[in-house]
Design a protein around this ligand. Structure first.
Ligand code: CP
Ligand code: NVA
Length: 354
């Protein structure tokens, strides 16, 4: 079926503070005035109904704005009273490990009234037990969307080509666009919506995260610098995306480029699937570690982000993720809000088929 043919797509001891009190998301949403709750009548219109999300460039700047506005509103607790994905299901397909992506897509579907089913590659054997196209053509008959965490971006392209329902990139070797939605929600919490010219400095491996940062620079006008050792630069096709968009991206191996950054971002040096190169990579990236000393050199109001998981002792140290400039755990929380927002805008116009 083509996409077009498918219908719109125990009580705490007295001495111990209650655990919820330390959770800003809940605390913020329960202030005396409380959030203004949305109703089915006041929901925003889904802006990417029935579409795929394989790259941040699959959305326009206006669509990104709508998704982030929804994410902020969800974080404020304004969606508590609505279940816009009631009766809809999302398949979560994993070729690789995950904590955040798996949990937030699953909990996100539940909170929106829908349902998620997790399929490990051990179970379904994408491209080995069965052709990718056949997996897509089966899943589309049962579920209303597919999230894939895969090695090859091409696997997602193929799933999207053959599934009539939205396909969402939950990370490939090339891109991690869902992560970047949460990252920019976190950046907006710090700096507001006008991010044009804000210096975002990514340091480390020119990997899927670096690539998606370049895409977000194209969409938002942030001034993106990628600091890598020679030979570990971002993907050439992604750099070409920036050239085509007329957007300047600074590539350097000079660590001084970190100075004055509004946002300093890092990710692991050894991504999933690169374990055989671990020793070579640890040697190549020596010196590129984000430490509290490096955080002292970014802008006084600057922030430190990391998509996590962190490989402490390699790209960063616990003293950096616990530093006053770190927002890494708010960023992790925002995976939930930003992905719920994305799912709403992709699937919110669909009606249950059963
Ligand atoms: N940041 C991120 O995608 O985390 P997981 O690999 O745990 O999903
Ligand atoms: N670059 C890392 C990101 C993990 C969320 C990886 O691909 O393993």
């Amino acid at each position: 079926m083509t996409k077009a043919a498918r219908p719109a797509k125990k009580p705490a001891p007295a001495t111990q503070a209650p655990k919820q009190a330390s959770r800003p998301r809940v605390a913020a949403a329960t202030k005396s005035s409380g959030p203004v709750l949305l109703t089915p009548e006041t929901l925003p219109a889904p802006v990417m109904a029935g579409r795929d999300f394989l790259s941040n460039l699959d959305m326009s700047a206006q669509e990104l704005r709508a998704v982030l506005d929804t994410a902020h509103s969800m974080r404020r607790g304004e969606w508590r009273g609505v279940r816009p994905l009631s009766g809809l299901s999302l398949a979560l397909v994993f070729e690789k490990a995950s904590l955040r992506t798996r949990t937030t897509f699953d909990v996100g579907m539940y909170q929106l009234g829908g349902h998620a089913i997790t399929l490990s590659n051990q179970e379904i054997g994408l491209g080995t037990r069965e052709r990718v196209s056949d997996v897509a053509r089966n899943l589309e008959r049962w579920v209303d969307g597919v999230m894939g965490r895969v090695y090859l971006q091409q696997t997602l392209v193929e799933l999207a080509e053959h599934a009539s329902v939205p396909v969402v990139n939950g990370l490939s070797d090339m891109l991690h666009p869902a992560q970047l939605l949460a990252d920019y929600q976190t950046i907006e919490q710090e700096y507001g919506q006008d991010l044009a010219g804000r210096r975002v400095v990514y340091i480390g491996d020119g990997n899927n995260l670096a690539n998606s940062h370049i895409h977000m620079g194209i969409l938002t006008g942030t001034d993106v610098t990628v600091v890598t050792p020679v030979g570990y630069e971002p993907n050439a096709g992604v750099l070409m995306d920036a050239v085509k968009a007329g957007v300047n991206v600074t590539l350097t191996n000079d660590l001084a480029a970190v100075e004055g950054a509004d946002v300093l971002y890092t990710d692991v040096w050894i991504s999933m699937g690169q374990e055989a190169e671990a020793d070579i990579r640890r040697r190549a990236f020596r010196g590129y570690q984000v430490t509290p000393g490096m955080l002292d050199t970014i802008a006084p109001g600057g922030i430190f982000l990391h998509c996590l998981p962190a490989h402490y002792g390699e790209e960063t140290v616990p003293e950096a993720t616990e530093h006053p400039k770190s927002r890494v755990f708010d960023q992790a929380e925002n995976r939930l809000h930003a992905q719920k927002a994305l799912l709403y805008h992709l699937m919110g116009a669909m009606k249950p088929r059963w």
